[in-house]
Write a new protein. Structure first.
Length: 131
């Protein structure tokens, strides 16, 4: 799956905010983000946009592991617990897939394995391939 590493390395926004790919396999991905000052909102908790971006990155990687270019059709996130420090991890898992549509569940956890957010994503699978 070298193409997925190359694909993730091209995500300039994820790099800019400190998101890293930890692992990927077919239909799955894990990413992490060390919480820094730039991730904090006005009340000193991690900004919802930063959490969303981490989950969305894991979703994008998992959705593209089959080799077809896949883009988000619909996403939903629920924020469950505030966090201000440490490391966040997003774990994406494929729920269903067909030739055009795939769905994923993503859990965002802290380093203590506490659930911070849940994210559901639906991807449109194009015929064009990444490889």
């Amino acid at each position: 799956m070298d193409f997925i590493k190359e694909f993730s390395d091209k995500d300039r926004f994820a790099k800019q905010i400190g998101i890293e790919l930890v692992e990927a396999s077919e239909g799955r991905a894990k990413a992490k983000m060390q919480i820094k000052d730039i991730h904090l909102n006005a009340v000193s908790t991690v900004h919802g946009g930063a959490i969303f971006s981490l989950a969305d990155f894991a979703f994008a990687i998992a959705a593209n592991t089959h080799g077809n270019i896949s883009v988000a059709l619909n996403v939903n996130i629920s924020f469950l617990k505030a966090v201000s420090e440490g490391t966040l991890f997003a774990e994406a898992e494929e729920v269903s897939i067909n030739p055009k549509i795939a769905t994923y569940n993503i859990r965002v956890l802290n380093e203590h394995n506490e659930l911070i957010a849940t994210f559901q994503g639906m991807a449109y699978r194009k015929e064009r391939v990444l490889k």
